[in-house]
Design a protein around this ligand. Structure first.
Ligand code: C5P
Length: 233
């Protein structure tokens, strides 16, 4: 089976808009990411519709609750049959271990990854929380904690990928947003990287939203990214 490296971020406010875009994409070339806004309006029916169209889904709901509740939420995601699901590493070791344990009951369990520190969190936000470490130290610390708790990987900036690859091992799955072609606009992303550079830094999967979803021809934009990636392999 093919293992598309691109995960298209479906950052839409409702299912209809998402499905219109998806009708113009190809499941052999990409997977799809559904986040909290779309999931809250479209509910799990949309996930089923995307899977019926042949796409694998990353359910990006960033669970963060007590261990039992998080584990039950992960089970619900596994029941839906999604390809990947995530939790906040800040939920701690016990929470992540409970999530891991819940997933192990499934023969085809989703990949379970963690969000380390949100990239919107700057030093002063950590200080507000009483955390003295730098954001970079926190990312590494939380990634290691995720790995030690049995998780499959983390979402991280491509700029962190090489360091995390070095510290967390070859098999640890690194999913990186903030990807743009060399000649593209950055939108509101402050730190971007080309697909080729991100893969060279050790990323496994690339989350790409607006460069594909807002393209005049989304399939052509997707194919262009696939071509750029093929040049790395
Ligand atoms: O449109 P764009 O390619 O910037 O979308 C990137 C996607 O990755 C969005 O869904 C965004 O929420 C997500 N993301 C991100 N930065 C992070 C974590 C997630 O851009 N640190």
């Amino acid at each position: 089976m093919s293992d598309p490296k691109i995960i298209v971020a479906l950052d839409y406010s409702d299912a209809q808009l998402a499905l219109e875009l998806v009708a113009r994409l190809e499941p052999t070339l990409c997977r799809l990411k559904v986040g909290i806004e779309l999931f809250t309006t479209a509910k799990s029916r949309l996930i089923e519709q995307l899977m019926q169209r042949g796409f694998e889904v990353f359910l990006d709901l960033k669970f963060h609750d007590i261990p039992n509740t998080t584990a039950q939420a992960c089970k619900a995601a596994a029941e839906l049959g999604v390809w990947m699901v995530n939790v906040h590493a800040l939920g701690g070791r016990k929470m992540m271990e409970a999530a891991r344990e819940a997933m192990s009951l499934y023969t085809q369990s989703p990949k379970l990854i963690a969000v380390t520190l949100l990239t919107s969190m700057a030093q002063e936000d950590l200080t507000d929380l009483g955390i003295e470490a730098t954001p970079a130290d926190m990312v590494l610390r939380l990634a290691r904690l995720a790995r030690d708790s049995g998780l499959d990987g983390v979402v991280c900036s491509a700029r962190e990928a090489a360091l995390l690859r070095q510290h967390c091992g070859r098999k640890f799955c690194l999913v990186t947003p903030g990807i743009r072609s060399a000649d593209a606009v950055a939108d509101d992303q402050s730190r971007i990287m080309t697909p080729r550079a991100a893969l060279n830094q050790g990323a496994d999967y690339l989350v790409i939203g607006r460069p594909i979803t807002r393209a005049v021809d989304p399939l052509q934009a997707l194919q262009s990214f696939v071509k750029q990636i093929a040049e790395v392999e």
